[in-house]
Design a protein around this ligand. Sequence first.
Ligand SMILES: NC(=O)c1ccc[n+]([C@@H]2O[C@H](COP(=O)([O-])OP(=O)(O)OC[C@H]3O[C@@H](n4cnc5c(N)ncnc54)[C@H](OP(=O)(O)O)[C@@H]3O)[C@@H](O)[C@H]2O)c1
Length: 387
Amino acid sequence: MKATSRRNFLSNSAKVAGVLPFLGSQVFLDDSKKEKRNSHGPMKILILGGTSFLGPHQIAAALKNGHEVSTFTRGKTIPSIHKDLFKNVEQLIGDREDNLEALKGRKWDIVFDNSGRKVQWTTDTAELLKDHVDHYFYISSVSAYYPYYDTHIKEDQKLVLKIPEELEDENEKYMYEYGVMKANSEMEVMRIFGEDRSYIIRPTFMVGPGDQTDRFMYYPTQLAKGGDIILPGKERDQIQYIDIRDISKWMIHLAEKGRPGAYNAAGPGFKMNMKQFVYGAHAAFNTPVNFIKMDDYDFLEKHEFRFQAPWILDTNPKFAGISNVDISKILDSGIEYRPLADTIKDTHDWWYSDAVTEERRTNFLQAEQSMVNRQEALIKAWNEHVK
Ligand SMILES: NC(=O)c1ccc[n+]([C@@H]2O[C@H](COP(=O)([O-])OP(=O)(O)OC[C@H]3O[C@@H](n4cnc5c(N)ncnc54)[C@H](OP(=O)(O)O)[C@@H]3O)[C@@H](O)[C@H]2O)c1
């Protein structure tokens, strides 16, 4: 999910559309097709994308297990992590919009479609590769479930496949566009590759080293520094995230094991609320901190404090289930989650390394909208509020 979309949708009013076009059919109800691909020698893996956030970690996990990797990009995005691994990767150049030549006449065992941004892109690559690739992994998103009226959403939830008419709110339109694009792309993969050759991966917030956004950096930077730390929301507010390295390793494992289907890709492996998250994150550092609990939703709304990754103010019923999708299937499939403190420490260390420019760090730390910059005024207002 894009940082902007996450932030933007939270400025939506809480109005709820009356009737939504739940046109999707239930998918992946038949678990008898699991464990299709039991023998796995070295695999030939194609990544559509591969140079941004997820791709380099998939490459690291794949090469570690002896697989071969090709990437397909326009050659524009430069990886900010695992750069040294790319000398061992075949880098194909083209454009999903209008140039798939480099993919023609080739064979792979697995394709990871990381760069799906249009349904047509997915249709085109799935059609082109269906007789040349065994299994298609489509990297979707939990956004495919938008609007998230239910909690503990499972993979067989019916999806909205059509944007409702007469949406006036631009942010809500964006949420529908992204979710409906992901949902229809999933359907295209299923239609073209068939249920037993398709993997639909629906990640929640992916976090960790190499993130191209700075939306997750408040806690790693501020907990490392010590001092005042804002803890937003109520004790009951659940959060979810997944370390980019855990999801990458798990996807390779899933490909090796052969268990096609749809998967919610969220962590941690237990119910975690925001307080537990912040305290767990603090375990990464040895700093004196002063937690300031801001637990009044009205105050947070009034001060336009609706998002601080991974926390989301979910008073809008359309977002009720966004941070607690069901994870029983991914748990059952062998995901291994690393401790939160490792995620925080490694993200912090990567962000302060040469991989990130000083300009980017300065922009984040001084941006008007950054919580780092806003927190002093917020704390002042909060102290007035609770006086
Ligand atoms: N980040 C999250 O928290 C999150 C959560 C849920 C789901 N997701 C999904 O996870 C997936 C992976 O995300 P990501 O951040 O690692 O990568 P991404 O930003 O979605 O993909 C970028 C990659 O695609 C390539 N690309 C972009 N346009 C292209 C085009 N027209 N033709 C060919 N290649 C093109 C880029 O290389 P070039 O620029 O060089 O072409 C780059 O390698 C995405 O589908 C995203 O929707 C992300």
